[in-house]
Design a protein around this ligand. Structure first.
Ligand SMILES: Nc1ncnc2c1ncn2[C@@H]1O[C@H](COP(=O)(O)OP(=O)(O)OP(=O)(O)O)[C@@H](O)[C@H]1O
Ligand SMILES: [Mg+2]
Length: 320
């Protein structure tokens, strides 16, 4: 059995009579990246706050262990094992990047020289040496985010919580952040991240859980989640209405869009299926104006599983 960095059974949290988390189970093996995905208000930040001891779960929750420690019995030990980068920056804009780092070193009771050494190393690693002596308020969003994560690492945490680490970053900064997160894990650290970017979960996470309506509605690897939902298809578009109608009758089982003169054939996107579609069109002497192959991505999963159009809440889909 692999050791779990995070294990929660029946995690619950209500505010008033609103159940934000309504029995959430989590199992994150050490040294892996876990992504919690969900729409606005799903409870992602609430989950992070509970697992990082900032908010207490409802008493009805089952056992929660983080970094090998029982959250209820030994929150102090959990705090010593983790680092948290919140959804909203913890950077103090009035002081410099370096001062922010040294402040964190103080909070972690590092000696003065040790604090300076750790801060210098992290500033270097996060490409902030040049900016280190400038007030953090002058930093760009990407620089602030890097400083935020560097501050999280000062205490040498074994488990890191990143609440929407790349929200608001441009594509280049986002890729830099992904690289940083991957490097953290090669050092044996466990990363629990929340995101609304499906591509981010797809790129980074070993396992993904989709949170909606207070529950995990699906969990698995990106590949497993994509297999949960249909959505792979070939789409053909025509400009000639007559050709469109002939294609519909030649191809049989298709979904049609008369307005767009487009039709969709369910397909796994394989060469064999594609060739069969093309052969049937050739046989009927029809040429499409546009052909696109669509394989399901996490966006499809997200739309299929969350919100009002989602699966009934009871039918939790789990793939292992
Ligand atoms: N302290 C609080 N008091 C009352 N309600 C709260 C509190 N904190 C969170 N909530 C409610 O809990 C729900 C979940 O909030 P949470 O911030 O965890 O969602 P989220 O998934 O992080 O959303 P987002 O993607 O917008 O960050 C929301 O309906 C929110 O209004
Ligand atoms: Mg949030």
């Amino acid at each position: 059995m692999t050791d779990l960095a995070i294990a929660a059974n029946g995690l619950r949290k209500s505010y008033g009579d609103k159940a934000v988390l309504d029995g959430v189970d989590l199992a994150v093996p050490e040294g892996t990246i876990f992504a919690l995905l969900g729409p606005n208000g799903a409870g992602k930040t609430t989950a992070v706050k509970i697992l990082s001891t900032l908010v207490s779960p409802d008493p009805a929750s089952g056992e929660i262990r983080v970094g090998g420690h029982d959250l209820a019995a030994d929150p102090q030990a959990v705090r010593a094992a983790i680092g948290v980068t919140g959804q909203f920056s913890a950077v103090d804009g009035l002081i410099t990047g370096e001062e922010n780092m040294l402040l964190m070193a103080d909070l972690h009771h590092l000696s003065r020289s040790e604090g300076r050494r750790v801060a210098a190393g992290l500033l270097e690693r996060f490409d902030l040496v040049e900016a280190a002596k400038k007030p953090a308020s002058t930093y760009s969003g990407g620089m602030k985010r890097r400083l935020d994560i560097a501050m999280t690492l000062v205490g040498g945490p074994r488990v890191i919580f990143l609440d929407e680490p790349t929200t608001g970053l441009d594509p280049r900064s986002r890729h830099t952040m992904w690289q940083i997160i991957r490097e953290l894990v090669t050092g044996g650290v466990t990363v629990f991240l929340t995101t609304q970017y499906l591509e981010e979960a797809d790129q980074l996470a070993d396992r993904i859980a989709v949170l909606d309506g207070g529950r995990i509605v699906a969990e698995g690897t990106a590949e497993e989640l994509k297999r949960l939902i249909p959505g792979g298809h070939v789409r053909l578009r025509f400009s000639d209405p007559a050709a469109y109608r002939r294609a519909v009758s030649a191809l049989g089982e298709v979904t049609t869009d008369d307005e767009a003169l487009a039709l969709q054939i369910p397909s796994d996107g394989s060469q064999r299926e594609l060739r069969s579609v093309l052969d049937r069109l050739d046989l009927a002497g029809i040429e499409a104006d546009e052909l696109t192959v669509h394989t399901p991505d996490l966006d499809d999963v997200f739309f299929a599983l969350t919100g009002s159009a989602g699966l009934p809440r009871q039918s939790k889909e789990s793939v292992r």
